[in-house]
Design a protein around this ligand. Structure first.
Ligand code: GDP
Length: 302
């Protein structure tokens, strides 16, 4: 699985690694080369502050060690990148099981980022681990959304609670789902939500209400924010809005297979102070992986 993740990331991050390593293996690393390195990191969406920090650290180390051996510089770059990705963050995405009730995972994010797909993929992983899962279709705004979630549910073999009425109150559907999860003594309830970002106040009201209403039954253990890696800086501003609205506890970065801008992982974690916990690497049911900082950095540099 790790090998597959690596292969995918390597393919998608060629721009990042080829560019950097070619630059770093030049005979003399002069100002122009450092500028180009900065540019490459910025193009990979690492973000301004982390880029400057990394280049400063690397320059200093190259100076102190006096080594321009490409292998050595690559090792230094790896270490500095890993520091930025921060391997010390807690990336467990499964809440500790409760003895008397299901764990509740709320999944939020703008339409089209991959929320429903991610829930389907996660449910599949959980079922494979012998967990009882129930899905709640609280994205009642688009009829197709509930349908799509139920299709994933069927495919994976888990029940989906949804409303028969279009435009039903999302909070009441979420409440029904959690109630059903408690009655059926499942291990995990995952709630899909709507993401209409056009209206921040409306979104805030809706997500806040879902959480409040659900918490009449059981505390929400995990709020996963799903972001599309291909949207770059746009994704960052979305992330900010959501983190103002709900207490995001983890990030799922989807569509990492479709971008050369893997640096966005660092930028997002920095901005939100919340770890990337899972990555989406394709549209298929198995294309979800826990985020592994070491493998990620290696893949960037391969
Ligand atoms: P939602 O509106 O947030 O629920 O988004 P969906 O789950 O409906 O996904 C939107 C589109 O993105 C679908 O076509 C998915 O197949 C696709 N998608 C989701 N995750 C990934 C991923 O990790 N990689 C790729 N390439 N496509 C993805």
């Amino acid at each position: 699985r790790l090998a597959r993740l690596r292969a995918r990331l390597t393919k998608s991050n060629n721009m990042f690694s080829k560019g950097l390593l070619a630059l770093l293996s030049q005979d003399s690393i002069d100002e122009d080369v450092w500028d180009e390195i900065e540019e490459t990191l910025l193009l990979a969406d690492l973000g301004t502050e982390p880029t400057l920090e990394l280049v400063d650290a690397l320059r200093e180390r190259v100076k102190v060690e006096g080594s321009r051996d490409p292998q050595r510089v690559k090792a230094m770059l790896r270490e500095e990148l890993l520091k930025l990705v921060d391997p010390s963050l807690d990336r467990t995405y499964l809440p500790e099981p409760h003895p008397d009730r299901p764990s509740i995972i709320m999944v939020v994010g703008v339409n089209g980022v991959g929320k429903t797909t991610t829930i389907g993929k996660m449910a599949r992983v959980l079922v494979a681990e012998d967990k009882d899962v129930l899905l709640g279709a609280a994205d009642t705004f688009r009829a197709a959304a509930a349908e799509q979630l139920a299709t994933w549910g069927d495919r994976v073999g888990v029940p989906t609670v949804r409303s028969e009425i279009d435009g039903a109150d999302p909070a009441s559907v979420a409440f029904e789902a959690v109630s059903a999860g408690i009655d059926q003594e499942v291990d995990i309830v995952m709630i899909d939500t709507a993401g209409r970002l056009q209206n921040k106040v409306g979104l805030m009201d809706e997500l806040g209400k879902i959480k409040r209403v659900v918490e009449k039954k059981a505390t929400v253990d995990e709020v996963l924010l799903v972001l599309d890696a291909t949207t770059g800086q746009n994704g960052l501003s979305q992330a900010k809005v959501f983190s103002e609205v709900v207490n995001v506890s983890g990030i799922v970065l989807t569509k990492l297979d479709g971008t050369a801008k893997g640096g966005i992982v660092v930028a997002i974690q920095r901005q939100l102070g919340v770890p990337v916990k899972l990555v989406g690497l394709g549209e298929g049911p198995d294309d979800l992986a826990p985020f592994d900082p070491e493998a990620f950095v290696d893949a960037l540099l391969e």
